[in-house]
Ligand binder design. Structure first.
Ligand code: PLP
Length: 438
């Protein structure tokens, strides 16, 4: 049986870093987590060890792994010969069902990844307004492309200058792209109002994660989203919620329905493909109908809305529509988060576990909620590696993303017993860190 280390040695000869997505390298293990099989709430490493999965495909496995409904969808796709690169009646059914779930969605288009969805929707918003600049919120993440992988998550050392020279988050993106980006702090209505006063005439959109899962699970403060809605509406700027992560985690309408603030447009992704690559962007008809062949804006792709993810998406929505789906997630939610709170109190730990539905963060080094991105700089990355390692040794897989406080989660196939086991492991591992957390 291969070990993680031996597989890593082989893989890195042909795949940079032994992976196909840079964040799959797990620093806590010193290798990527190579797996042989997944099912339900479980994942098996290539070394044959079984784990409870608390990564859940970075939020894509809300249904758990290999859900029977998704397996049936796959067989249905095989029976059609995959009907690849054609439209089918299933595409319209999926679009109609999603438009019925997501409050801002009058029209919708599909693609494969979250990164693609934000790219195409940014283009449509620019075309709609005839403006090029993007007001974005610090700490929020919207994919890895040139248009928006700027000014979101600068390292602490580069943070101070981010608002005057937005930080370009990877070499290879020309500095000129930063000229289009106007970063503002989260939960700061005055800063947004002032950015709109200065740049409203050239800004196409305000883009944000309604729940900032990508930087410590920062929640919008009471009334903040409502003010953002009013400021953007008054200024004629498109309000763009990136719900790639938040969609379906707590309710079928996403964070926009959880908080009762409806943007003009949004992206959704991850969970909606039931484990297959499916993302979408949607919103007001006036914006979406700019897409060719109705309007002039290009959005095409050979594999857009491939039949397998489309059928998997329909199966996903059928599961979500069952009354027991959110009842089950809510039962896990109360058991898990109250259990974690008890552990934090018991060991008097300097940490919080912010959460919204089935996705949560572990933020070390503070006891009160973070409000802005810079509030997460306290996160003790070394201690987090110890936590990930300690849980791994005891059969629970948390992913390390190599940066700040990461998000984790469970699926509808996790059982109360799984959650109980995870809590036992966390009690043990966090207890051993008592007094050591900065
Ligand atoms: N937007 C948000 C809010 C995300 O959380 C992510 C991924 O984590 C993306 C965009 C990019 O999605 P993908 O990894 O599918 O390209």
């Amino acid at each position: 049986m291969p070990s993680l280390q031996s597989q890593y040695e082989k893989a890195r000869r042909v795949l940079p870093g032994g992976v196909n997505s840079s964040v799959r390298f797990n620093r806590a293990l010193g290798t990527p987590f190579y797996v042989s099989r997944t099912r339900g709430s479980r994942v098996w490493s290539i070394e044959g060890r079984e784990f409870i999965d608390m990564c859940c495909a970075h939020g894509a496995a809300l249904l758990g792994h290999a859900h029977p409904a998704i397996e049936r969808a796959l067989h249905k796709a095989i029976a059609t010969g995959f009907a690849n690169s054609f439209e089918t009646g299933y595409h319209e059914q999926l679009a109609a069902k999603l438009c019925a779930c997501i409050p801002c969605a009058e029209r919708i288009r599909f693609c494969s990844s979250g990164t693609e969805a934000t790219l195409h929707l940014i283009r449509a918003c620019r075309a709609f307004t005839g403006r090029d600049k993007i007001i974005r919120v610090e700490g929020h993440f919207h994919g890895y492309h040139e248009l928006i992988y700027i000014g979101g998550q600068p390292p602490a050392a580069a943070f101070a200058g981010n608002r005057t020279h937005p930080y370009v988050e990877t070499p290879g993106i020309p500095a000129a792209f930063a000229d289009f980006i106007i970063p503002v702090p989260f939960n700061d209505p005055e800063a947004l109002a002032s950015a709109i006063t200065d740049h409203g005439h050239e800004a196409a959109m305000v883009i944000l994660e309604p729940v900032n899962y990508n930087s410590g699970g920062i929640m919008p403060q009471q009334g903040y989203l409502e003010i953002v809605r009013k400021l953007t509406r008054d200024a004629g700027i498109v309000l763009f919620f990136d719900e790639i992560q938040s969609a379906f985690k707590k309710s079928p309408g996403g964070a926009q329905s959880d908080f009762g603030v409806i943007p003009d447009v949004c992206t959704v992704g991850k969970a909606i493909g039931g484990g297959f690559p499916l993302s979408a962007f949607c919103g007001r008809a006036a914006i979406m109908d700019l897409l060719q062949p109705v309007g002039p804006v290009q959005h095409s792709g050979t594999f857009n809305a491939h039949l397998i993810p489309v059928l998997a998406g329909l199966a996903f929505l059928d599961e979500v529509a069952k009354p027991e789906f959110y009842a089950r997630l809510q039962a896990l939610e109360s058991a898990f988060y109250s259990g974690v709170d008890r552990i934090i109190k018991k060991h008097d730990l300097n940490m919080i576990v912010p959460h919204h539905g089935a996705r949560f963060n572990i933020l070390l080094g503070r006891r009160t909620p973070a409000v802005r991105y810079e509030d997460t700089f306290c996160h003790d990355k070394q201690a987090m590696l110890e936590i990930v390692r300690g849980c791994y040794d005891r059969g629970v897989y948390f992913h390390d993303y190599g940066g700040g406080p990461a998000h984790h989660g469970y699926s509808v196939q996790h059982t109360p017993e799984d959650i109980g086991l995870v809590l036992e492991v966390l009690d043990d591992v966090l207890g051993s860190l008592k007094g050591k957390l900065r």
